[in-house]
Design a protein around this ligand. Structure first.
Ligand code: SAM
Length: 215
């Protein structure tokens, strides 16, 4: 991370750690990727607070400790190919890029994908591919995936995403009614079927169908 002064950086990492992010590699990725690059306008001065912040298209960049928790729950290895549904600012994808072999990230808003892509280029994140589309259908051409992360809330895990997860794979996503507190869950796909873990309460914007208006 190059942006914040050392004191701000220390407090930022402390707040992420104190909310349950303990995986050293995940913490190192959070330290390395400057969240300030993903937040624009007046909100950029709050980039190093552990809060979600508004971004373009009425969307949000997630709370850093939630980004850390979700990344940790994926139990990534450097061999993994990951699908992220909900690029938003691109911050979560950039963190994933440090811990996985290849990251595909998709958002229904073309403007968000364009802006995220410019930060990926600036950071030279060559293993991230960003696409515009309705991610609830997954990315059949690139499937199956070792890991899938959804950063918008659905009532249930979308069937196409479950189908595109490898056996032995892990998917992490918020589920529940939109505008209510949802539950972050982890789904493991085993030879015997799907296993579900409830991780913590969260609040995400909804997973919507189709493309955003600017697309
Ligand atoms: N991961 C993001 C980040 O690091 O900034 C935060 C994502 S934001 C909470 C949720 C995103 O999901 C929004 O950008 C929204 O446009 C996107 N989204 C909602 N429904 C979608 C869908 N069906 N397909 C793709 N993206 C979707």
């Amino acid at each position: 991370m190059s942006g914040p002064d050392p004191e701000t950086k220390m407090q930022f990492l402390y707040s992420v750690r104190s909310r349950g992010v303990t995986d050293q590699k995940v913490l190192e990725a959070i330290e390395e990727i400057d969240r300030g690059l993903f937040v624009r306008g007046i909100f950029s001065q709050r980039a190093y607070e552990d809060v979600p912040l508004p971004i373009a298209c009425g969307q949000t960049i997630s709370q850093p400790s939630v980004v850390g928790m979700m990344t940790q729950a994926l139990q990534l290895s450097q061999r993994d190919t990951v699908l992220e549904v909900g690029t938003g600012s691109g911050y979560q994808a950039a963190i994933l890029s440090k811990l996985a072999r290849r990251v595909y990230t998709i958002d229904r808003h073309a403007r968000l994908v364009r802006e995220a892509r410019s930060v990926f280029d600036r950071l030279r994140l060559a293993n991230v591919t960003s696409l515009v589309g309705d991610g609830s259908h997954g990315l059949p051409d690139q499937a199956p995936f070792d890991r899938i992360i959804v950063t918008a809330a659905a009532e249930d895990p979308p069937g196409p995403l479950l189908a595109q997860l490898k056996t032995g794979g892990i998917m992490v996503l918020p589920v529940g009614q939109s505008d209510h507190v949802q539950t972050l869950i982890r789904v493991r796909k085993t030879e015997d079927g799907l296993e579900y873990d409830e991780l913590r309460p969260v609040r995400f914007v909804p997973l919507l169908e189709g493309l955003g208006k600017d697309s």
